[in-house]
Design a binder for this molecule. Structure first.
Ligand code: ZN
Length: 141
């Protein structure tokens, strides 16, 4: 005997590749089933070039992004652009909450020191020659 949930599928029937893409988009944070469906159908109607560029960007993200060995920020160069910039102030270190906060701070162009994030410093690490210990889980949640 089928339960009530078997009678109402979460997604309307669609071709396999469309449902697969909707399922994958639905796994992203902040993307519910309806948004995932809208994105999938948008790509279906968009030029093939847009889908190819999106697929290449996702692939490059996983293949090319690493942690900078100096500051532990996410980067595609070794060291990252911040650490390799000799014009930055070596005497100042700013620690932000999330790696994406580094981009926001960089966009202000107001800070010229080094930057790293709490996320990448969850264990004691040596950053720019100093041991930095942050016990993130002791004060969060
Ligand atoms: Zn770095």
């Amino acid at each position: 005997m089928k339960g009530k949930s078997d009678l109402k599928p979460a997604l309307p029937p669609a071709a396999g590749p469309i449902n697969r893409l909707i399922e994958e988009f639905s796994k992203l944070p902040g993307v519910g089933p309806k948004s995932a469906q809208r994105l999938a159908y948008h790509l279906l109607r968009a030029p093939a070039e847009q889908s190819r560029l999106l697929a290449e960007a996702v692939t490059a993200l996983k293949q090319q992004i690493m942690l900078c060995p100096v500051c532990c920020n996410v980067t595609d160069t070794n060291p990252c652009a911040i650490c390799s910039n000799t014009e930055r102030d070596h005497t100042r270190v700013c620690i932000v909450e999330q790696p994406q906060d580094i981009l926001a701070l960089e966009h202000t162009r107001a800070y010229k020191g080094y930057i790293t994030s709490f996320t990448e410093l969850s264990r004691p690490r040596t950053v720019w020659g100093r041991v930095i210990s942050i016990f993130r889980n002791s004060w969060r949640d």
